[in-house]
Design a protein around this ligand. Sequence first.
Ligand SMILES: Cc1cc2nc3c(=O)[nH]c(=O)nc-3n(C[C@H](O)[C@H](O)[C@H](O)COP(=O)(O)OP(=O)(O)OC[C@H]3O[C@@H](n4cnc5c(N)ncnc54)[C@H](O)[C@@H]3O)c2cc1C
Length: 482
Amino acid sequence: MKVIVIGAGIMGVTLATLAKELAPELDITILERLDGPGAGNSWVFNNAGTGHEANCELNYTPVDGEVISVEKALKIHAQFNVAKQFWAYLVEKGAIKDPTTFINQTKHCTLVSESFIEELALRHKEMSGHHFFEDMRYSDDFDEIKSWIPYTMEGRPRHEKMAATVIETGTDVNFGSLTEQMAEYAARDLGVAIEYGVHVKRAHRSPAGSWLLETERNGTATQYKADVLFVGAGGGAFQLLKRSHLPFARRFAGFPVGGRFLQAPVTPEQADQYRAKTYGRAEVGAPPMSVPHLDLRVANGQHYLLFGPFASFKPVLEKGRGFIDYLRSMRLHDIPGLLSVAIENFPLVKYLVSETFKGEQSMLDSLEKFAPGLGDKFNWQAVEAGQRVQIIKDGDLQMGTEIIVSSDKTYGTLLGASPGASVSPEVMLRALEQLMPARLNTEKARSKLKAIFPEDNLEILANDAERYREIRDGVNQSLGIV
Ligand SMILES: Cc1cc2nc3c(=O)[nH]c(=O)nc-3n(C[C@H](O)[C@H](O)[C@H](O)COP(=O)(O)OP(=O)(O)OC[C@H]3O[C@@H](n4cnc5c(N)ncnc54)[C@H](O)[C@@H]3O)c2cc1C
């Protein structure tokens, strides 16, 4: 069976690697328009590199009055555990030699000011009662918080009331490096073919039922043929879906949101003083993807602080592509849906437009509020982040991701942007289960699945504390998380 994957980002490369591990007989080719793997949104500074497991992100635990909902947090935590199982497998079998090249232990903290202290205390009470978050600690003691996350507290007056939670075993993940190393392994040891510089322009069915891909490489048109197609093209997936003549394509459109960060290089000694990612609260009316956070990042052994993201209105499908590509990805029937989303979400649109015109000084002012005095301590620069394309489905704006598989199981795609790369192995496993159930149901595939994922059942991880702890401790050890 010939499988073509479009896009060598973390999603496409994970799907291809996992598929070849489980069903080595598959003939898989990845087509990527850029010159290498992991260079789109998965690249280290196009995203914030948080290993999202709901340790610190307030938007995963919405509060209504005195009731806090933790369902989303539990699901994301379990999905991240499944992701770590896959990455630990790659490290244990030597596919990736050194885990610190892509994953580094980093405290995950939440920091709030006086008016949200009660809410954070409630969050801590609810969450620390569950085995996923049993090691979460809470404090409203100035000095204790300062000992956890000095850079956010050093410049604050002592009378300012703050509260924070911490989990010591959070992570910073360089998804770009992970994708590169996984792509190298998939090509070298598993026989996945990867072709770079190939831009897929459209996909359509041949009369015989296979997928025909029209592509362009260095200005030359070429065709590829596939029995099964998986589009893991990030924001580019919307354009391809629109050009695939699938009936459900009409139901989807893309809502693009750009982003920027402030970035500063720091010395290893300065990094040692702040091994953390600290998440605050999003401003009223701001979308969840603009929750401010101050992160220690590691890239190629060098340390950086990153603050942001600052969301913006940027109508492009992917960073580096033009407005025309976005316009071309739209169909006339998408326009009423887009307009109604813009009207229904007017505060969001207004917020994004106003953020677009924020200069570097105003970004530094936001940093000053979050971590007083830090703006002057380091040499900050505004850098452009990756581009998110949120899903508009049946006229409704959605913030999550969705796997879509055609009824004949020959076309699959991933749309949307969050929680994204952190949960990629779990999401790609589900995509494969939907796309090729028979291939995954053989004796061999089932036993390989168990070798890769000792426990991929999210319900069991959430309900069986002993099983979860046994798996967590095993994978953490392989990944250098103590
Ligand atoms: C500002 C920001 C912050 C983020 N922070 C985090 C975070 O902290 N933690 C986290 O887990 N996630 C985060 N994310 C999300 C994360 O970056 C994405 O979920 C992830 O990178 C998506 O991977 P992907 O493979 O789908 O897309 P990409 O990495 O963008 O890969 C898609 C690939 O497809 C290729 N492609 C596109 N169209 C075509 C075509 N027509 N033909 C051939 N190739 C094509 C592209 O060149 C690209 O290489 C963040 C995203 C943004 C924008």
